[in-house]
Design a protein around this ligand. Structure first.
Ligand SMILES: *[C@@H]1O[C@H](CO)[C@@H](O)[C@H](O)[C@H]1NC(C)=O
Ligand SMILES: *[C@@H]1O[C@H](CO)[C@@H](O)[C@H](O)[C@H]1NC(C)=O
Length: 314
């Protein structure tokens, strides 16, 4: 009997200890963006690629994938299955996705935007396909999200995988998308993300003068001009970007949290294996949590653990 109760307290102590370890992770809300370079069923069938991609996406509460070529949804289905199969390993998170139609100007070059998200953390409250066919090769598929876990609560994500030859024009046109969606939803908490090709030969310093997202100081570029989002050693280009509109959104972001995630180092993968997934690196940014929930969450988990422990039949 005595032995049993001491085992109990050890277990409880262990729970409390692990809670203090989990707390920082629970308070983070991470948004990611990744050009997965022609992600199709072939690529999803490569076990190693799928596994690496699963590790990357499982870091994020929302992950935008671009350059997805998966009209029947089988490749994304395989990725979701892998994420949810291993959900134990990823703190028990489950994942869902919302996918655009195939976008592009020629039948043999069609791509989709895909948002993979954790439905327990964030809800999709609106979808809007921008229609300006003349402005974009792959017009943004805009999503409004709502999350009680973040300080910003409701925000809009605008993805763009630009046509490199029209990068300057397309990035500038994001301003029109901003006007349309912020009016539509009466919400100007807008984040733009994706492979804009916003650097090297496609967008020069001089070109920035004709890009409204650069000129208008209400927009903050979180991935700077010196970043390198390409994997190969031969290029140093800040193609992929995250831009946010407005003071409220900027204040909701954890300072210095935006980064190019060079996962080869973290995952101990050779460059060759990194390139199997994509020639781009993913981007990440962290939103501040909603403060009251930050305090409530560990307590709730603790209560759940205690209840589960003493009443295992529940
Ligand atoms: C739009 O949002 C603002 C605050 O963000 C609010 O004051 C205003 O009433 C809203 N307008 C409409 C038409 O809902
Ligand atoms: C920036 O945002 C403020 C507040 O919404 C607005 O009054 C101002 O006109 C904006 N500036 C520009 C250059 O759009």
């Amino acid at each position: 009997m005595k032995d049993f109760s001491s085992r109990r307290s050890v277990l409880l102590l262990f729970c409390v200890f692990s809670l203090s370890v989990w707390t920082p992770a629970a308070s983070e809300f991470r948004i990611c963006s990744y050009n997965v370079q022609n992600f199709n069923l072939d690529k999803a069938s490569n076990y190693r690629v799928l596994h690496t991609l699963t590790r990357i996406v499982s870091r994020c509460d929302i992950c935008l994938l671009q350059h997805v070529v998966d009209p029947d949804g089988k490749a994304i289905g395989a990725l979701l299955a892998a994420l949810n199969r291993e959900s134990e390993r990823y703190n028990g998170h489950r994942y869902k996705s919302v996918t655009s139609t195939s976008l592009g100007n020629s039948p043999d070059d069609m791509e989709q935007y895909v948002f993979i998200f954790r439905p327990q953390q964030v809800k999709v409250t609106g979808e809007h396909q921008y229609k300006g066919k003349l402005s974009f090769d792959r017009p943004p598929f805009v999503i409004r999200f709502q999350s009680t876990k973040t300080a910003i609560n409701e925000f809009i994500l605008v993805p763009l995988h630009s046509n490199p030859k029209k990068a300057v024009q397309e990035i500038d046109q994001l301003y029109n998308v901003f006007e349309e969606v912020s009016r539509k939803w009466n919400n100007s908490n807008v984040m733009f993300l994706g492979d804009f090709h916003a650097g090297c030969a496609y967008v020069t310093r001089k070109d920035r003068k004709s890009i409204r997202l650069y000129k208008n100081s209400n927009f903050s570029w979180l991935i700077g001009d010196r970043a390198d989002t390409t994997v190969t050693d031969s290029t140093t280009c800040p193609y992929d970007r995250i831009v946010v509109h407005g003071e409220p959104f900027l204040k909701a972001i954890v300072p210095f949290s935006s980064q190019v995630f060079k996962f080869g180092e973290d995952f101990k993968l050779e460059k060759r294996k990194v390139l199997e997934v994509s020639d781009h690196y993913p981007l990440e940014v962290t939103l501040k949590s909603s403060a009251p929930l930050l305090q409530a969450t560990p307590l709730l988990i603790l209560l759940t653990v205690i209840v589960r422990f003493f009443m295992p039949t529940l």
